[in-house]
Write a new protein. Structure first.
Length: 121
């Protein structure tokens, strides 16, 4: 019976430089990915967490030892979806001094932002 972990092992026997693992969902897949990383393969995958730091916690919760995580993990990217405003009801407003500071602007400069008002659309 072919499982995801068996398929991953078969791929690693071909000695690839880079391995793309769809998603690490279980301990066996995580262990194989870590071992592949430790043997010189670049392994890229996804983990469902709320933050980048949560990836380390998730791997630990799966049962991966901390020393293996620190030896095999090169980086973590986190994705956040940005809310978009409705083009029919968004309303412009002048940014306050704190918002201008966040954008690296002088308080004397003009900055128009938009906020959602709410509509039926």
């Amino acid at each position: 019976d072919m499982t995801f972990a068996r398929g991953l092992r078969a791929i690693l026997r071909q000695d690839p430089d880079v391995v793309m693992v769809g998603e690490i969902r279980d301990l066996e897949t995580a262990q194989i990915a870590v071992q592949a990383s430790l043997t010189g393969h670049l392994v890229m995958s996804t983990l469902h967490t709320n933050t980048a730091v949560g990836a380390i916690t998730r791997l630990r919760d799966m049962g991966i030892e901390p020393f293996l995580i620190s030896s095999s993990l090169l980086g973590v990217l986190a994705q956040r979806l940005v809310r978009t405003l409705c083009s029919d009801c968004k309303e412009p407003y002048e940014a306050d001094s704190e918002q201008k500071k966040l954008f690296g602007m002088a308080e004397s400069e003009s900055l128009i932002l938009h906020r959602a008002k709410g509509c039926e659309a």
